[in-house]
Design a protein around this ligand. Structure first.
Ligand code: SF4
Ligand code: SF4
Ligand code: SF4
Length: 1001
């Protein structure tokens, strides 16, 4: 069954490792193999070459997970917890999917889903495999890594025969069957090694683990926790850590800390805080255990921390409670580390786990905190290769033997101002695309699909990264007529889909790279346009087009239409072109010089311009010989707050007057902006800069989470001292006071949005002026005169208005919208009017033959300041190599293979290695789930029968049983006419011919 993992026999495990490494240079997909140079540091009576590794959890469950971690540089392995309840009995209690690591991570799994005996065998196989790889590939000292057991959850279970024999066998594995199996296979296969000989085999220590981390359930009484630790130290002779819960901090602190960092939606009550170990009990207990360990010559310490139990409130996982980890856990764990280190003067060992990653691990280690274990970071794209980066970062870093209390205090204090630990104010839009996941050839550029004008983002980012700015701008301008305006002002919806955002929230530097291309490439692009002229789309020259309005939409229409060879004239009522960008958007957001360059570009194909012209009707233009009229005159009719009394000022009038430098001293000292969109933010920031204005307040009837303004616009306004007055609905202004109804948020509607409801109370807000920024309206005269039907908001049905030869684009078609939407409309006008094709650079998004660049970028977080970060834009080249599902699978159950005859690598899902944790589905850019939707390799007829996946099973006669499109039949994949879709046939054949180590033996 597909959620049941099938442990891989040692022979197959080693065959896979050795063959993949010999033929592909990787091991379980890890290309960045870490070779340790330098010594190892002591821990217990053992030693570790690097002070980090996987935390007990999904990344330390199977042998291949541990091997993948080792190969990537991990040297301290906290093995997945074992307890008396195991195997199927436990699996039945773990709802699937059980991991969602999109930002902060949640899971609802706990101890190993294998039986205790299987878990033991996995760990012993991994022990052997790591030893052999250390020697064979020169990855480091064969004794330079440590396996740390994790056992739970009560003393009775730990003393049970099942768990006790696990502990004893891990202390000395020499008597186990799996030890004999590993040893025998190695001895019989010495010919497959160059550097491993019988003497090395004989030297492999059977003492797999000499340490343990005690794990207990929430609510475990302190006496039981101490009894277990005492037992493990005294009777089992194990070095021991006690895993502590963040609940030691107390409810009030945890709630306030998470609230202050924007994690206020994380729901929990004080139940666990009351029932879990209390600080007052913990401190004396730890002192007693330190003493006991010292008497026994063993080490004792605390593991900080366990994951944090929170409520499932938004269907994150199919459970009632789930366990939080990752960047939202760091602020709690580091505080606990601070308190513990202070209490014990740095002398109590801390094994750390809680939001560590490449961006903070050096600081943690420098503070004397080690070993450090991680799960969340390696469950994100880049996966285990994030360990490779961490190993490199820590190489040569000096170790402190005691925790440096002052350094930990400084780390704790720095959290509040560190954006790494802060949740964006507004909900992050869904990153997944709405389209189904293709069975084969699935790599795509999600950024491009998220962009309203489908810019060829990977293509131009690559050009910018290589310094080819003219090429880059040519690619941009193919689909975007306003590279300067959008390069400055676009809210970049592409970024919400960007896979790089799983590395750092800001994602790839798409907008900044576009602006760099525009500034660096404009002169040469203009010269080329001058030299080459229009592209002459067939029939275009018969179109004489009047574009009414010289704002962004009009300019973009003129660019695309004139480039295709139409005869275009812009008719603009103001004296200059640029519309809202020119006349309304504050100069501190875009310089006039940048707008000028977009105008220059848009007119470069010979568009004529008449300014100071008020067009009265479409008919007059038709009478003047224009075959087509494109209405792009914006949305300038003022919106209304609807105050019962008092004056309100239209936001566009205000911004226009401010930009013209008019005297606005009549506004007085207290300006109130009513509205919550980007225009409201602009107005607030402009008002804040005016002489005489002391206070600027934005009044909004919901909370900032629901504001339509973009996160960065809101952040800029707040950073400049604008005050946000949430949950206030304005009623009337008089005598310098805006009276507002006080609102509260009602129950969420189906979309999760909570509507404001009046509380009956009123509040007065000082207001010498009230500026209305609640959305402008479309002026309808031109449409009415031309017979264009509009909806109740004054909008025509589409860019084709329904009246022949009359088109509409931009704000006068949609209402106030983004500049990129205006360009999208212009594209659509050009497509529908002239049949313009915008796909000249679509193929360039795939960088054929440059897969290595994508692989090199994987797993590398940008560490430190922007200027010293590697990789330019940070683009991962997702259309060239995606493989996010392969990266993030803790079990290595998604494998990328090269298929002769197919341009893209193909992803094959290996059913027997998957436990349906669901992690790959979180990160796949499509709407689908790789573990359900990708072509699946089955290891047995039973497993195939228990799954509905499309997939294949090798048959004894050399054919393959293939289930495809709901039907199952045997196929000869050497026969091109066998009836299978060609990509499926070629993929199965490639598995057979070049990846036989994936097949069950
Ligand atoms: S990493 Fe690059 S290709 Fe991938 S989504 Fe982001 S910008 Fe697009
Ligand atoms: S293939 Fe996906 S669902 Fe299966 S174990 Fe891997 S990440 Fe989890
Ligand atoms: S995550 Fe995997 S399945 Fe999804 S597009 Fe990328 S390679 Fe394909």
């Amino acid at each position: 069954m597909s959620d049941v993992m099938r442990p891989i026999p040692f022979a197959q495990l080693m065959d896979w490792i050795l063959t993949e490494h010999a033929e592909k240079g990787s091991i379980f997909g890890i290309r960045k193999v870490y070779r340790h140079e330098g010594g190892a540091e002591p821990i217990f009576a053992e030693k570790i070459e690097t002070p980090f590794g996987p935390a007990a959890g999904p990344n330390s469950q199977l042998a291949q997970n541990i091997v993948a971690s080792y190969v990537a540089g991990a040297r301290f392995f906290e093995l997945k917890t074992v307890q008396i309840m195991d195997g199927e009995e436990l699996s039945r209690c773990v709802a699937k999917p059980c991991i969602v690591a999109e930002d902060e991570c949640y899971n609802c799994e706990w101890s190993t889903e294998l039986t205790v005996a299987q878990a033991q065998d996995e760990y012993i196989k991994a022990w052997w495999a790591c030893k052999l790889l250390s020697r064979e590939l020169g990855l480091g000292d064969a004794d330079g890594f440590v396996f740390n057991m994790s056992v739970g959850y009560d003393l009775e279970g730990i003393k049970s025969e099942k768990v006790d024999s696990y502990i004893e066998n891990m202390k000395d594995a020499s008597g186990t069957g799996v030890w004999a199996e590993c040893r025998a296979w190695t001895s019989a296969n010495l010919n497959r090694f160059t550097h491993v000989d019988q003497a090395f085999i004989d030297s492999v220590s059977p003492h797999v683990s000499a340490s343990v981390t005690e794990s207990t359930l929430h609510g475990c009484p302190p006496a039981e926790i101490e009894r277990i630790a005492t037992y493990l130290l005294s009777e089992k002779g194990l070095n021991c850590y006690i895993k502590c819960n963040p609940t030691l901090l107390g409810y009030d602190y945890a709630r306030a800390r998470l609230d202050s960092l924007g994690f206020d939606y994380v729901a929990f009550d004080d139940k666990h805080f009351r029932e879990d170990l209390q600080w007052a009990d913990a401190v004396p207990m730890f002192r007693r255990l330190i003493e006991l360990a010292a008497e026994r010559g063993l080490a004792f310490g605390v593991k900080l921390t366990n994951t944090f139990p929170v409520d499932v409130t938004r269907k994150e996982l199919p459970s009632e409670e789930m366990y939080m980890s990752g960047r939202s856990l760091y602020p709690l764990t580091i505080t606990l580390a601070h308190r513990v280190s202070e209490e014990f003067d740095g002398k109590l060992r801390i094994s750390y786990s809680g939001g560590a990653d490449a961006r903070n691990i050096n600081e943690l280690y420098a503070a004397g905190i080690w070993p450090i274990t991680m799960a969340t970071t390696v469950l994100k794209p880049g996966g285990y290769e994030r360990f490779s980066q961490i190993a490199g970062l820590l190489a040569g870093a000096p170790r402190k033997d005691c925790v440096d209390v002052a350094s930990v205090a400084a780390l704790d204090a720095s959290v509040a101002a560190d954006h790494k630990y802060q949740k964006p104010v507004k909900p992050v839009p869904a990153h997944k695309l709405d389209w189904p996941l293709p069975l084969t050839s699935c790599f795509t550029s999600p950024c491009r699909n998220g962009c309203p004008i489908e810019q060829d983002i990977p293509a131009y980012l690559a050009a910018v990264d290589e310094g080819r700015l003219t090429d880059a701008l040519a690619i941009v301008a193919e689909r975007n007529a306003l590279p300067f305006i959008t390069g400055n002002l676009c809210p970049h919806p592409c970024g919400t889909k960007c896979m790089r955002a799983f590395y750092e929230p800001e994602g790839a530097a798409i907008r900044a790279s576009k602006l760099a291309a525009a500034r660096g490439g404009i002169d040469e692009v203009l010269a080329a346009i001058k030299a080459e002229g229009p592209r002459a789309v067939a029939g275009a020259s018969a179109h004489k087009v009047a574009v009414v309005g010289g704002g962004p939409a009009g300019l973009a229409c003129a660019f695309f239409l004139s480039r295709a060879g139409a005869d275009v004239t812009i008719l603009e009522r103001k004296e200059t072109l640029g519309g809202v960008a020119r006349h309304i958007i504050p100069a501190f957001r875009i310089a006039d010089a940048d707008i000028d360059r977009d105008v220059e570009l848009c007119l470069a194909y010979g568009t004529k311009v008449q300014t100071g012209i008020e067009v009265a009707s479409v008919a007059e233009l038709k009478a003047a010989g224009y075959t087509d009229v494109v209405v792009t005159c914006g949305a300038w009719a003022p919106g209304q707050v609807g105050l019962e009394s008092g004056d309100e000022i239209d936001v566009l009038e205000f911004l226009g007057a401010a930009k013209r430098g008019e005297d606005l001293s009549y506004l007085g000292s207290d300006v109130v902006i009513v509205g919550a969109g980007n225009t409201a933010m602009d107005a607030a920031r402009v008002a804040k800069r005016l002489p005489g204005v002391q206070n600027v307040r934005i009044v909004y009837r919901r909370t900032k989470r629901y504001m339509p303004a973009d996160e960065e616009e809101l952040a800029e306004a707040l950073a400049e001292g604008v005050e946000l007055c949430e949950l206030l609905a304005p009623k009337a202004v008089a005598s310098g006071v805006l009276t507002c109804d006080k609102m509260a948020l009602g129950e969420p509607d189906e979309s999760g949005r909570r509507s404001p409801v009046a509380t009956g109370e009123t509040v007065g807000v000082p207001a010498t002026a009230v500026i209305c920024a609640v959305g402008e309206h479309i002026e309808g005269e031109l449409y009415a005169g031309a017979g264009v039907e509009v909806d109740r908001r004054g909008r025509p049905a589409g860019v084709a208005t329904g009246v022949e030869g009359v088109w509409a684009a931009g704000d006068c078609r949609r209402g106030p919208a983004r500049f990129v939407d205006a360009v999208a409309d212009a594209q659509e006008v050009a497509k529908q009017m002239l049949g313009v094709d915008f796909s000249a650079y679509a193929a360039a998004n795939v960088r054929a033959g440059q897969e290595d660049a994508s692989y090199a970028a994987k797993g590398e977080l940008r560490v430190g300041c922007e200027a010293c970060s590697k990789g330019g834009s940070g683009c991962l080249g997702c259309a060239t190599v995606c493989e996010a599902c392969c990266d993030v699978c803790p079990n290595r159950a998604n494998v990328s293979i090269t298929v002769p005859g197919l341009a893209q690598h193909q992803v094959v899902h290996v059913d027997g290695m998957c436990n349906e944790c669901g992690n790959c589905a979180v990160f796949c850019p499509w709407s689908g789930r790789p573990y359900k939707d990708k072509l699946t390799l089955f290891w047995s007829a039973e497993d195939m029968g228990n799954s509905e996946n499309q997939g294949f099973l090798p048959q004894p006669d050399g054919s393959f049983l293939v289930r495809i499109g709901g039907a199952c039949a045997a196929y000869d994949v050497d026969d091109a006419a066998c009836g299978l879709p060609e990509e499926v046939r070629l993929t199965i054949r490639a598995v057979r011919d070049s990846y036989a180590y994936l097949l069950a033996k």
